[in-house]
Each structure stands twice: as C-alpha cells, then as structure tokens.
Ligand binder design. Structure first.
Ligand code: ADE
Length: 246
C-alpha cells in the first residue's frame, strides 16, 4: 500500500513511521509512505501557505494554490488515486470504513490541514473523501493521517506478525476483544483465570467468546445490534441481563 501525505509538518510523522510495525512494513516493501511539504509548492518569496478568511472572523485558512500544486505535481491531473482530506467534518473512521477504503485502492493521497481549515475549493475540486478520526478537534490533520495509515497498514496481509491478530481484534469481529493474560500466573495475588491454563482449547475458545460478548454488552451494547449471535449466545446474554450469572 502506498501513501502520499501532504502536510506543513512532515517531521511530525517521521518518528512514528520509523518505529516498530510501520518501520518493518516499510522495510519489507509492504508499505510505502512519501511525505511532501506543502510549503515547497508555495511560489511567493516567503512561501506563504495561509491567509485571512474572506468575510472576516478569526483564524487563518490554508490557501488553495500550494495544495493543488503539490497534489497535482506529485499525482497528476486529475490525481491518480483517491485524495483524502483529514478533517473533523469528514465521515467518521471505523474499522468498516477502513476495510472499505482498503478494498477500493492500494494508493492514497492524504492532506493534513492546519489552522481553521482549507479553502473550500480544495474540498470541492481536489478531494475525493473527507475523513474524521472522531468527534473532537485537533490542532491539525497530522495525527489523523497517522491514525488512518496505521489502521490501513494493519489490514495488509503480512504486516502483523500473527496473521490471525487482525481478525480477532476488537471491532474486526464486531465485538470488543476478550481479556488477555501472560506470565506470571499470579501477580500480587491476582491470578490468571484457571481456564486459560487448562490447555483445553475448546473451553478456552468458548470462554473467550463469552468474555467478548460480556464486555461488549457492558461497555458498548449498541454494537451487539450488528452482530449475529447463536441461540446459545443469546441465552448466555439473557442470563447476564437477568443477573443469573457473573
Ligand atoms: N483535524 C482536526 N481534528 C480532526 C479530526 N478529529 N479528525 C480528522 N482531522 C482532524
């Protein structure tokens, strides 16, 4: 998968892309990330990339010319891949949204905005998709670009060491993940559940599924509306609801 990221602060993204799984994916050729500084495409003497808003009001707006010049200079006219603007006004990023994007293309341009936002003509005539990473406002789109690249990178076969890990993730199954434990078996008197040490795989699988269901029901009950449950699982949750168990 390939990303071309357009930002005023490429250095913000560098460290993360040089760390751990992202670094390994790049080294193995599974992921390619090219960082482009929008300022390099500003043609005036001071390389100005923002200006005051028409109509008045506070804040600055990112000018259209350097953004168009950067994206079209790198990706052609029209750009050869989807162009995603990271903005709190975009569609909310979910695991399903990430899967849809990954199915649609293996190459994306990401534009990270700063200041009050970007000139509307960028949205109208350059951008194909707008993505938000949540209902809060950050100071810029750099962290959201990293979040989007990270979630998409994890979906590339071979990026994660364990091929089953992505399938079992919270949200990938439509449920929150079950609790994980590692050694030691007892820490400060808190014990690892006996069943996980039993070596009884079928019972462990069942316990994990029940823990996932329980956790989802307690923390994110609305997620259960989109999950197909067996009769047995419905009964299990029914018993929890009535307080028969747990
Ligand atoms: N830029 C600022 N806040 C953002 C958010 N929540 N998602 C995407 N881009 C943003």
């Amino acid at each position: 998968m390939k990303f071309d990221v357009f930002t005023l602060f490429p250095e913000v993204l560098e460290t993360y892309l040089h760390t751990s799984i992202m670094q390994r994916a790049r080294a193995r050729g599974l992921l390619e990330v090219n960082l482009h500084n929008i300022r390099d495409w500003a043609t005036d003497k001071h390389h100005v990339t923002d200006d005051t808003p028409y109509g008045g009001g506070g804040g600055m707006v990112m000018k259209p010319e350097p953004i168009f010049a950067a994206v079209e200079g790198v990706l052609g006219v029209p750009p050869s891949c989807p162009v995603i603007l990271l903005t709190p006004q975009g569609q909310c990023l979910t695991q399903n949204k990430a899967k849809d994007l990954a199915r649609r293309s293996s190459h994306f341009a990401l534009i990270s905005g700063r200041y009050e936002g970007v000139d509307e003509r960028v949205r109208q005539h350059l951008v194909t998709d707008e993505i938000s990473i949540g209902d809060y406002v950050l100071t810029g789109g750099e962290l959201p670009a990293l979040v989007l690249m990270d979630v998409l990178a994890r979906l590339i076969p071979g990026v994660l060491g364990d091929p089953l890990a992505a399938e079992q993730d919270s949200h990938a199954t439509g449920l929150l993940e079950y609790p994980h434990y590692t050694r030691p078996p007892e820490f400060r008197g808190w014990e690892v559940p006996e069943i996980l040490r039993s070596g009884h795989h079928a019972r462990i699988e069942r316990w994990r599924r029940e823990q996932s269901l329980l956790r989802t029901w307690r923390r994110r009950p609305e997620m259960l509306e989109n999950v197909e449950l067996t009769e047995e699982e419905r009964e299990f949750l029914g018993r929890q609801e009535r307080g028969d168990e747990g």
